[in-house]
Write a protein that binds this ligand. Structure first.
Ligand SMILES: [Mn+2]
Length: 301
């Protein structure tokens, strides 16, 4: 039986401060994702993009109540809802969803879609940041710093119930983190998510780190990989919205993906925050394609 992969793009940059990640899906497709997965033996269907309003068109009233803030939340929630429907449809068909961001706020839609297809997944969230702020703890109001908190059920308004609490902290891992806001530290503990920091990876090595991550995420019904390209060192992945030095090396990232493939538990992938404006000759999108291929089973031999 041919294994099937279905791609969907979310050209959105409303969740972050800098423009440009809305071009991420184009850049990743241009880097040859479809052909690469076909060559791996998958049947590939590309469902095109979820429609997202451009930042210049999004004239919504800002969501801000006292200290609570979540910029562009209305349109982000609308797009996440639309994405959840597509992801649920793909997952129900038995194919592996591959979601292309866009900023990372789309993560709340992807995980909700998997839940609607009957899969309460474990999540390995690979990121320089925690993405586990709520409208109460966020220093910036940028929603791409909140999607994991929404999926874990920590954040309430302006995020609708349908997008909240779609996965469990006990099956959640934050891998590669090195820039965590004060409020996020408490949220990680509150949610019961397992943090594996860059310092941990330095000490125990990626093989052991990933072994631990897979063990935790295996408590869910399949594993969802949410890969923020800013997890990788900016020397390798310069085209991201919020670069933080001291990230994963090329080989560490590859090893993580290969171990995920070998686990046989990967249910879905999303890759976020590729910013072609800040990139050099599309190398970050090209790296994204390589990592997706490795997560889906490409090996050296
Ligand atoms: Mn992120």
């Amino acid at each position: 039986m041919t294994r099937a992969v279905e791609i969907v793009g979310v050209p959105m940059d409303l969740g972050g401060f800098r423009r440009g990640v809305d071009m991420g899906p184009s850049a990743i497709r241009y880097a040859g994702l479809g052909a690469r997965l076909t060559a791996l033996g998958y049947s590939v269907r590309d469902r095109g993009n979820v429609r997202v309003r451009d930042r210049d068109q999004d004239v919504e009233i800002e969501y801000a109540h006292g200290a609570r803030q979540a910029h562009h939340a209305e349109e982000i929630v609308r797009a996440a809802e639309e994405l959840a429907k597509v992801v649920a449809d793909i997952a129900k068909s038995g194919a592996t969803p591959v979601v292309l961001g866009g900023d990372h706020s789309i993560g709340m839609g992807t995980i909700a879609g998997l839940a609607r297809a009957g899969h309460r997944v474990g999540v390995i969230w690979v990121d320089a940041h925690g993405d586990i702020n709520t409208p109460d703890t966020t220093p910036s109001g940028n929603v791409h710093g909140m999607p994991f908190a929404v999926a874990l059920g920590l954040a309430d308004d302006p995020f609708p119930k349908a997008l909240r609490g779609t996965t469990d902290g006990s099956a959640g891992v934050l891998l590669g983190i090195r820039d965590i806001d004060p409020g996020e530290k408490a949220n990680i503990k509150r949610a019961g998510v397992t943090p594996i920091t860059m310092a941990d990876i330095d000490r125990i090595g990626m093989a052991k780190a990933m072994e631990n991550a897979i063990a935790v995420a295996s408590k869910g019904d399949g594993i969802h990989l949410s890969l923020d390209m800013d997890a990788i060192d900016p020397d390798e992945a310069p085209g991201v919205g919020t670069p933080v030095r001291g990230g994963l090396t090329y080989r560490e990232a590859q090893l993580a993906m290969e171990m995920l493939a070998a686990s046989g538990k990967l249910r879905s992938i999303e890759v976020c925050e590729v910013n072609p404006i800040l990139d050099r000759e599309n190398r970050t999108a090209t790296l994204a394609v390589e990592l997706i291929a490795s997560a889906l089973g490409q090996t050296i031999l």
